[in-house]
Design a binder for this molecule. Structure first.
Ligand SMILES: [Zn+2]
Length: 144
């Protein structure tokens, strides 16, 4: 079920313009274009719901395995010390999880909870995002 007023539902129809690295009947994984952090992915359900309390048993069961594979994929393409995950759903009330690699080069003030104040502009160059998506797609294909 989709919601016509939802930005995430609308963008799933257009496949996020080449940002999608994995999808199955329940879930979709795409690269974020909101910052210049390469390897910053977003996991979102195909169905419109606010949080996992509204997920079906099948969606919940698939989610844990998918999150683990996305993290393995990120570790295989980005040299990072941590992978941050969080969901807020304030701007767009469609469940989505931010999965963000924290590299050695990330300034201290953006580490931990500081990641929330990381600048959303400029975004990474399109060519770099596409290259990252290709590498992640290959990594995920090996994991599924
Ligand atoms: Zn939606």
């Amino acid at each position: 079920m989709t919601n016509q007023d939802c930005l995430i539902c609308k963008n799933q129809v257009t496949k996020w313009s080449g940002l999608v690295v994995y999808e199955d009947p329940l879930w979709l994984v795409r690269h974020s274009n909101e910052t210049n952090i390469l390897g910053y992915f977003i996991i979102e359900p195909k169905r419109h719901f606010l949080d996992l309390a509204e997920a079906t048993a099948a969606e919940s069961a698939a989610y844990g395995s998918l999150l683990a594979k996305v993290m393995k994929g990120i570790h295989s393409i980005v040299d990072c010390q941590r992978i941050y995950t969080f969901s807020l759903a304030e701007a767009v009330p469609h469940f989505h999880v931010h999965v963000i690699p924290r590299t050695e080069s990330l300034p201290r003030n953006y580490r931990g909870r500081g990641i929330m104040s990381y600048p959303t502009q400029p975004s990474a160059a399109q060519a770099l995002i596409e290259q990252t998506c290709e590498r992640m797609s290959l990594a995920l294909r090996r994991l599924f």
